[in-house]
Write a protein that binds this ligand. Structure first.
Ligand code: NDP
Length: 482
């Protein structure tokens, strides 16, 4: 059975203690590879390598850093099929999604930040002839990058690429639930000639590897994407050490459908924004609010198309729209959330159950896409993130009412608004408390824009030049002119 290795100081190495964790294929519930069960010793080696590489990498001309990163981007593109297959097997997502979204986006992340760093400049301020102030921006040092399992390579590279472009060196930990693409990325980095120690990837559990990175005194910066509870734990440890922190956390995103929307586009995109990647995207719209005059029509159409079009099946089959959820424990958590919704008075319009496939896939972790109606806005189901193929729908009567619903959770990551009324679209967007508002679309984003959430969805911003500001430290110089 394949054994994944850590990537430390430019080499692929076994975990020091020689321990491994089973890696399950969620499509069939079988163990198909082994992941290093690394510990503080492995993290110590990785941090040591990153620290030793830092001054040289930070002083490497940006053009040279960019050239290596562009090579990594090209190699990701060249290996698209292999990476997509690995991601689909690791994660349970449809292969088509990995091929068209996750892997191309990972290549784009390296490409975007490789070229972006060439145009990143710092500011200067003139004080009316008496002094000039300018701001130097130096790479912070060793960056700790910790990412989740839902978009494994996409989110992993979203952190690593700006960090190394800015001149930081990195100790990164992918989720132990989906480690394979991170392992393949180590091979790609070696092939691309990334100098030893610039990127180090340590596999293993969050409470061991993630915690050891977070608490390490030689890691002054943590970029974390994951659950809100884990984010709070990281903040608790890192804040007293005065580390720079970027926390990209959970969401419970509203999808607001006004009666004057383009009905066809709204239904079609809502199928995706509700159930893409089995609903396991932090940006999915899981609370769907529909203006009362089109509620019945929208509900009927949405539920019928969900049943008809969103076939649950083997992720590697081209016809599959909904693959497996990521793990057995996650499947059980989602099913228990559906039970809670029923106890709260929710009526299941479609789905609501585990799907048992046949043959090789009989032990896989499948859940039918689920639509629930009839719940009050303030129940647990409408407040807490489920992170699966489960959405609630409810009618609203006025803009004011739906804004109150939209802003009523502890999260504020993303939101979606459907209306053809331009003035209303801008007015509603301005009043929604979230990091991003999509109007008449979903998951479309220029990488130059800042990305992140408010409230329990996190602090700090990634994306665009905001990421370079995060991975560098400003130093102001003030020169008196007379
Ligand atoms: P977790 O918070 O459980 O884990 C995220 C990462 O943190 C994993 O690598 C995990 O390792 C690690 N980790 C766990 N405990 C610690 C610790 N004490 N110290 C340091 N690291 C630790 O999230 P999930 O992997 O379950 O991902 C799903 C969550 O991520 C959802 O809430 C989702 O909304 C959110 N998310 C947010 C995004 C955003 O941009 N805002 C984007 C994508 C997802 P291990 O896997 O071993 O536990």
């Amino acid at each position: 059975m394949q054994k994944i290795k850590n990537y430390i100081n430019g080499a692929l190495v076994d975990p020091k203690a020689g321990l491994y964790i089973d890696n399950y294929n969620p499509a069939n519930g079988k163990v198909y590879s082994l992941i290093p069960d690394s510990d503080t010793d492995d993290v110590q080696m990785a941090v040591g390598a990153a620290k030793a590489a830092f001054s040289t990498w930070a002083a490497t001309p940006k053009e040279k850093r960019a050239r290596i990163m562009l090579k990594i981007s090209d190699l990701i593109e060249k290996n698209l099929d292999r990476l997509a297959l690995a991601e689909s097997i690791d994660n349970g997502k449809p292969l088509s999604l990995a091929k068209t979204v996750d892997i191309p986006r990972a290549a784009a992340n390296f490409h975007f930040y490789a070229t972006g760093i060439l145009h990143f400049s710092s500011e200067a301020h003139s004080m009316e002839g008496s002094a000039i102030n300018y701001t130097l921006r130096d790479a912070v040092g060793v960056a700790g990058c910790i990412s989740p399992w839902n978009l494994p390579l996409y989110l992993f590279t979203w952190k690593i690429a700006p960090a190394i472009a800015a001149g930081c060196t990195v100790v990164a930990k992918p989720s132990e639930i989906t480690p394979m693409t991170a392992f393949l990325l180590s091979e790609i980095c070696i092939e691309a000639g990334l100098p030893a120690g610039v990127l180090n990837i340590v596999h293993g559990y969050g409470h061991k590897v993630g915690a050891a990175i977070t608490v390490h005194p030689d890691v002054p910066l943590i970029s974390f994407t994951g659950g809100t509870k884990t984010g709070a734990e990281i903040a608790r440890v890192a804040a007293p050490m005065f580390k720079k922190l970027s926390l990209e956390l959970g969401g419970k995103n509203p999808n607001i459908i006004f009666a004057d929307c383009d009905f066809e586009k709204a239904v079609k995109t809502t199928l995706q924004s509700s159930f893409a990647n089995q609903g396991q995207i932090c940006l999915c719209g899981s609370r769907i609010y529909i203006e009362r005059s089109i509620y019945e029509k929208f509900k009927t159409e949405f539920a019928e198309r969900t049943k008809k079009l969103l076939t649950v099946g083997n992720p590697l089959d081209e016809k599959t729209k909904i693959g497996a959820v990521v793990s057995k424990s996650h499947m059980e958590k989602i099913l228990s959330c559906i039970e809670t919704a029923k106890q709260e008075g929710g009526k299941i319009l479609c789905g609501g159950n585990q799907v048992k496939l046949e043959g090789d896939f009989k032990d896989g972790y499948y859940i039918a896409p689920t639509i629930i109606e009839g719940l009050p806005n303030d129940c647990k189901t409408n407040k807490e993130e489920i992170f699966g193929p489960v959405v609630t729908i409810m009618p609203f009567d006025s803009e004011q009412e739906v804004l109150q619903y939209a802003n009523s959770t502890n999260y504020g990551l993303a939101s979606i608004v459907w209306t053809e009324n331009l003035t209303k679209a801008h007015r509603v967007a301005e009043k929604i408390h979230a990091g991003i508002v999509w109007i008449n679309c979903w998951l479309l984003r220029d990488l130059r824009t800042p990305f992140g959430g408010v409230k329990g969805s996190g602090v700090g911003r990634e994306g665009g030049f905001e990421a370079f500001q995060f991975f560098t430290e400003p130093k102001n110089v003030c020169i008196k002119l007379n």
